[in-house]
Design a protein around this ligand. Structure first.
Ligand code: NAD
Ligand code: DAU
Length: 339
């Protein structure tokens, strides 16, 4: 397997690279293309750089010529597209980069993949393309697309392009739609790492709206194992939902983190709600389980404890992030609510 992983310096991409080298050792070659936006961090790949069968290219997925050259130079047979702008709140403040990277970037990869006869193209999508659920029910692969944020609209657009390359050109594609991930190297703008690191700094924990929105949490290594299965055994043209039936209300997650860190609940502050805030996500993973034999390894109780410990043990990693460009972002995002 000669894989081109895009966005491999981000949270899920880097965890996927770790997972694949742990599992396949010398049997694979991985080329990681990442243009190192604010979310890309080569520290996430500690220990990987020295491998003979790993190559890093700093570059933009929108650069089709570059993708052509990489495919040729490294005899790439499979592309796994993680690269994206991934934060909903940033898409609400400034959508245009989401269209460029998530839509145009995916198109450029598809074009290169088509011209170079790539064997498999896996698009890493998200459950957010389905929109929001009420109190009952689950997202299946047949749920109509109804994205509510500029981020999820850009991801849904990319999914439709990927689908069209299968229908029109017969490209061997899969689309995976996973629920919320958590685990090591998670950028501290997202709920779980933001709450852990703010609690450690004795800062306010900003909870949007009434705190009763529900997300379906999956450990990032279980996401990686699902992608590996889909990449190898997924049926051409098929979509696979990924999730482990672990629904939690935001407020319960925040309280659990405070309890684990022995910090007071008075740190919680309810703040202005996110615009267009999806109420509930919940994945039905039946297809992935029955067709490909996937099962998650982590229970949330173990996964969240391990993750909290990871942030305790890797303070340098998140403190470096929180002292950079992040300060400006944080001020803009929360300035009206945290004064
Ligand atoms: P992330 O923001 O942590 O990482 C994104 C990576 O892509 C970064 O390393 C960034 O530098 C890189 N990148 C951005 N624009 C690029 C470009 N133009 N060219 C090359 N590289 C570029 O995101 P993540 O949380 O790791 O998410 C990865 C993928 O998984 C995304 O496609 C996201 O939509 C999807 N996803 C995320 C979750 C989640 O819970 N985080 C759940 C389901 C699906
Ligand atoms: O469902 C998959 C998606 O999960 C991925 O496609 C996205 O890339 C990923 O960012 C994530 O999106 P969410 O919007 O669900 O994740 P986020 O961590 O931003 O927020 C989780 C919930 O927590 C959501 O209901 C909003 C709430 N929240 C978030 C932040 C940052 C707060 O209450 N306070 C906050 O400060």
């Amino acid at each position: 397997m000669n894989l081109l992983v895009t966005g491999g310096a981000g949270f899920i991409g880097s965890n996927f690279i770790h997972y694949m080298f742990d599992k396949y050792k010398e049997e694979i070659k991985i080329v990681n293309i990442d243009n190192l936006t604010y979310a890309g961090n080569l520290e996430n790949l500690r220990g990987i750089e020295s491998k003979q069968n790993y190559f890093f290219v700093r570059g933009d997925i929108c650069d089709k010529e570059l993708i052509f050259n990489i495919i040729e130079q490294y005899s790439i047979d499979t592309i796994i597209n993680f690269a994206a702008e991934s934060h909903v709140d940033r898409s609400i403040s400034d959508p245009s980069i989401f269209i460029k990277t998530n839509v145009m970037g995916t198109l450029s990869l598809l074009e290169a993949a088509k011209d170079k006869n790539i064997k498999k193209f896996v698009q890493i999508s998200t459950d957010e393309v389905y929109g929001s659920l009420g109190e009952d029910g689950y997202f299946t692969e047949e749920t109509p697309l109804a994205p509510n944020s500029p981020y999820s609209a850009s991801k849904a657009s990319a999914d439709l392009l990927v689908r069209s390359y299968h229908e029109t050109y017969g490209m061997n594609i899969n689309i995976t739609r996973c629920s919320n991930n958590y685990g090591p190297y998670h950028f501290p703008e997202k709920l779980i790492p933001l709450m852990i690191t703010n609690a450690l700094e004795n800062k306010v924990l900003p909870v949007y709206g009434d705190g009763l929105n529900v997300r379906d949490w999956l450990h990032v290594s279980d996401h990686a194992s699902a992608i590996d299965l889909v990449m190898r055994n997924g049926e051409s043209g098929e979509v696979y939902n990924i999730g482990g039936h672990n629904e939690r209300r935001n407020i319960d997650i925040v309280q659990l983190i405070l309890e684990n860190l022995d910090r007071p609940k008075t740190l919680i502050k309810y703040v202005e709600d996110r615009k267009g805030h999806d109420r509930r996500y919940a994945i039905d993973p039946t297809k992935l389980i029955t067709k490909l034999g996937w099962n998650p390894n982590y229970t949330f109780d173990i996964g969240i404890k391990e993750t909290i410990k990871w942030y305790l043990d890797n303070e340098d990693w998140w403190r470096r992030i929180k002292s950079g460009e992040y300060i400006e972002y944080y001020k803009n995002q929360y300035e009206n609510s945290l004064i």
